[in-house]
Design a protein around this ligand. Structure first.
Ligand SMILES: [Zn+2]
Length: 197
């Protein structure tokens, strides 16, 4: 197809993770075929999420205000902080229904082979929170992978001099698996059985 406008959409779709040229074309033809309102709803949703959703300035979870709903919730235990890699890990722990503390989302993990160092994560913010806050426990809930474990170890060394207890989720979660795919019961057990780092 040689229409520039259409090609532009194909190119935009092809930039998305997991979408090749063929899929990008298929999505584009789909957009052309559905009702205009349906296609524009997708465009609106993309615009909305980018204009209205940002990272919480405390914990880096998704927020529509300066701070996310969890950080602003006075009923949560503000003495407890749980460190996760991604917003989706936080959501998995929330679904386990047993954790009532705060979070810190790293927005990744230390991955030397991919060139991701501590400075690319939200580690500075975490140290700052631990330094200023009144946390009694920091729970490392990075994924039980080589890189997740390495990140947890790095953080526990970094926080060792602060008067907080540092714990790690229990190994109910199989090594190598990731939090977002663990079921609720396993996550609840892993939280309940957390151990001193
Ligand atoms: Zn927050």
């Amino acid at each position: 197809m040689s229409n520039d406008t259409v090609n532009r959409l194909i190119e935009e779709f092809a930039k998305l993770p997991g979408i090749g040229k063929k899929s990008a074309e298929r999505l584009t033809y789909h957009i052309l075929r559905v009702h205009q309102a349906e296609a524009l709803a997708l465009a609106d949703a993309i615009r909305n999420v980018r204009e209205n959703v940002r990272y919480c300035k405390q914990c880096y979870f998704l927020a529509e205000e300066e701070e996310c709903a969890i950080c602003r919730d006075p009923r949560r235990d503000h003495g407890l902080i749980c460190v996760v890699e991604q917003p989706r890990d936080l959501l998995a722990l929330e679904q386990s229904g047993t954790y009532r503390g705060l979070y810190h989302v790293l927005l990744g993990r230390i991955a030397p082979l991919e060139g991701i160092g501590p400075e690319q994560l939200t580690i500075e913010g975490l140290v700052e929170r631990v330094r200023n806050g009144s946390f009694r426990e920091v729970i490392m809930a990075t994924n039980p992978t080589l890189e997740g474990d390495g990140t947890a170890l790095y953080l526990s060394n970094l926080l060792a001099d602060f008067p907080v207890e540092i714990t790690r989720l229990a190994r109910g979660i199989t090594t190598g698996s990731v939090l977002e795919f663990a079921n609720k019961e396993i996550l609840a057990d892993a939280l309940a059985g957390r151990q001193k780092f």
